[in-house]
Write a protein that binds this ligand. Structure first.
Ligand code: GLN
Length: 248
């Protein structure tokens, strides 16, 4: 990174550095500069000829350097958008993936607007699924669980920041976290489902994410077996279990 550059020039330099290693170098160069400057990405376009000072350029270069060493963008910015909600993300949580929005879409489509129901999101991580459903259906009552105390703290923080109030958080392993007498209309989960020895775990962002959020036994099905075995005990009659699973 040169000592003097405009917004546009700095982005171009970073994009060229990132090109060999990442799929979306331009987008990532913009996200990292927006984060460095504490501005939205649209600002970069409006002010593309704005000069950057050397302190800004140094901080930007340091982020690009960390990205080149593999650190996920969501960890460098501590943020990821899910269902248009800006979520705080740390290395204690899975980085929410866009494909997981499908679970939200299906869940909110299952019941007509107006009907008040209860939903549990098992293994909520950053709270992505629970928060998205809660934001769409403010009269639904949502329970969100996770085994990780650290992840639940992030999920709680996200709920507070987004002023989402119809969620209660419970710590514990799968159903152990739920109050014993509770029966829900929808159980939703994006459980870990990668086999422990899958080579993907050694690639890309996955290397930096919590292993228990990703991998589950030698065939990847341990968590799913546990959830499926007990789901009927916690579902109301006619209730629905929604699970994400891998392509294979
Ligand atoms: N429910 C969270 C998500 O989809 C976390 C899932 C997990 O940690 N496996 O992002």
């Amino acid at each position: 990174m040169p000592d003097r550059a405009t917004v546009k020039q700095a982005i171009r330099t970073a994009e060229n550095q990132l090109r060999q290693q990442v799929d979306a170098p331009r987008l990532e160069a913009e996200i990292l500069l927006a984060h460095t400057l504490g501005k939205p990405r649209t600002w970069l376009i409006a002010w593309s000829d704005n000069p950057l000072d050397s302190e800004q350029l140094q901080r930007y270069a340091a982020l690009v350097e960390q990205r080149l060493r593999g650190a996920p963008v969501a960890h460098l910015t501590a943020q990821r958008e899910f269902w248009s909600l800006p979520l705080t993300i740390t290395p204690d949580t899975l980085i929410p993936r866009p494909e997981t929005e499908l679970l939200v879409e299906i869940a909110v489509g299952l019941y007509p607007a107006g009907e008040g129901i209860t939903v549990a999101d098992l293994g909520c991580g950053s709270g992505a699924i629970a928060l998205a459903i809660a934001s769409e259906r403010q009269h639904w009552s949502i329970l969100a669980t996770d085994r990780s105390h650290e992840a639940l703290e992030i999920a709680r923080h996200n709920a507070n920041t987004l002023h989402i109030e119809n969620i209660r958080f419970h710590q514990g392993d799968w159903f152990d976290a739920l109050p014993e007498e509770i029966r829900v209309d929808i159980l939703v989960s994006n459980p870990p489902y990668i086999p422990e020895d899958d080579p993907h775990l050694k690639q890309g962002d996955l290397r930096f994410e919590p292993r228990p959020a990703l991998a589950s036994g030698s065939d990847g099905l341990d968590a799913i077996r546990q959830i499926v075995a007990k789901a009927k005990d916690y579902l109301k009659p006619g209730g629905c279990l929604l699970l994400e699973h891998g392509y294979n």
